[in-house]
Design a protein around this ligand. Structure first.
Ligand code: TXA
Ligand code: MG
Length: 333
């Protein structure tokens, strides 16, 4: 397959939304903002467009995609909702939650997009640009994060261009994404399980369910490398920058880059090659929004190592720590 000759970048006016819908209808690839991160969209019902999308990302084809729809009614045409799923959808949609559910009979999403599974990941995004594109297009859109496979997720259009210029048809530039980390993924295939911590904190999900989330099977957390994951999506190297990471540091070595959190600087911060703070006031929501962008910027500093201060594990801190651990593991020593 040939790469698109050029990547167009448009704003978010009506003409841009219509161009996005036309491009998707023609089997094209359109990157657009959601409230979490930028997604790389393709017509979910068009197997050839989905194949192009895997090719553009350089993504292992066994890793299934999230189908994005504009509302719960559209989601119900794709998947079967039990009582827990219905409660979570009611509470958190539109918003940064993805549900993995049994695929509905007559679901039009291409088998390639669900990697042949009998389950499907569905999400109703809240971002107005994503909503407008979904409404203008009128069909489900599969959209992984708009980065090359193995790189950190993009939170602005410049990140998307850096990874995918010349590989996608169109980028809709809607500025920085407000949440900054990917959606939380909950499987409702029995007792609800948190497959990926993300934009909706575990505590909020559990409050809505009225009970704790079940523990995922160990295989889910351990899955990595080339073997098809037992529960896909948990490739350990998924969020890797190129520079090695050192987590929970109390002291910085001279020449290291520092990813700080909160008002107190660690020992040696004055000799760091570059310092970026996720949230000087120690706010986890602000930290999530800055995480991938700061990781990219520190990666570009070409320091021998990125030293990362401890980030608390409550609220969005669970997802932040998850991404930091993956970013560290992704680098082969
Ligand atoms: O916030 C987000 O979720 C962003 C925006 C663009 O919506 N999308 C995103 O997509 O993060 P992606 O493809 O980078 O991550 C989706 C994850 C993958 O790890 C995939 O393996 C998992 O969802 N997934 C998809 N379908 C699944 C299924 N049927 N069972 C288990 N995991 C699934
Ligand atoms: Mg991704």
């Amino acid at each position: 397959m040939t790469a698109p000759p050029a990547t167009r970048v448009l704003g978010i006016d009506r003409a841009a939304i219509e161009a996005a819908a036309r491009c998707l209808a023609a089997g094209g690839l359109v990157a657009f903002p959601t409230e979490t991160v930028y997604g790389l969209g393709a017509d979910a019902t068009d197997g050839r467009a989905v194949a192009r999308l895997y090719e553009a990302k350089g993504r292992p084809a066994f890793n299934p995609l999230i189908a994005h729809v504009s509302d719960v009614a559209a989601a119900r045409k794709l998947a079967h909702f039990d009582a827990d799923a219905a409660r979570l959808a009611e509470k958190f949609w539109p918003g940064p939650l993805t549900l993995v559910l049994p695929k509905a009979e007559g679901c039009l999403v291409a088998d390639l997009a669900t990697a042949g599974l009998d389950t499907i990941a569905v999400r109703v995004p809240k971002h107005p640009v994503a909503q407008n594109i979904l409404k203008a297009f009128g069909k489900p859109i599969v959209a992984p994060s708009a980065n090359r496979s193995g790189h950190v997720s993009p939170t602005n259009a410049a990140h998307v261009l850096a990874d995918l210029r010349g590989r996608v048809d169109l980028i809709i530039d809607g500025g920085a994404t407000p949440v900054g980390i990917e959606s939380s993924i909950v499987a409702c295939l029995g007792e609800p399980i948190l497959l990926r911590p993300g934009g909706v904190p575990r505590e909020d999900i559990e409050r809505t369910l009225g009970r704790p989330l079940a523990q995922p099977p160990r295989a889910v957390e351990a899955a990595a490398g080339d073997a098809a994951p037992a529960a896909p999506g948990m490739l350990a190297a998924h969020y890797a920058p190129h520079t090695p990471l050192r987590l929970d540091v109390a002291a910085v070595a001279p020449g290291e880059a520092l990813l700080a959190f909160g008002p107190q600087m660690p020992a040696g911060a004055g000799q760091a090659a570059r310092v970026l703070n996720l949230s000087p006031r120690g706010d986890l929501v602000e930290a999530a929004a800055n995480l991938f962008s700061h990781l990219r910027d520190l990666d570009a500093a070409a320091a021998p190592c990125i030293a990362v201060m401890p980030v608390p594990g409550n609220g969005l801190g669970e997802a932040i720590n998850d991404r930091l651990r993956r970013a560290r593991r992704g680098v082969t020593p």
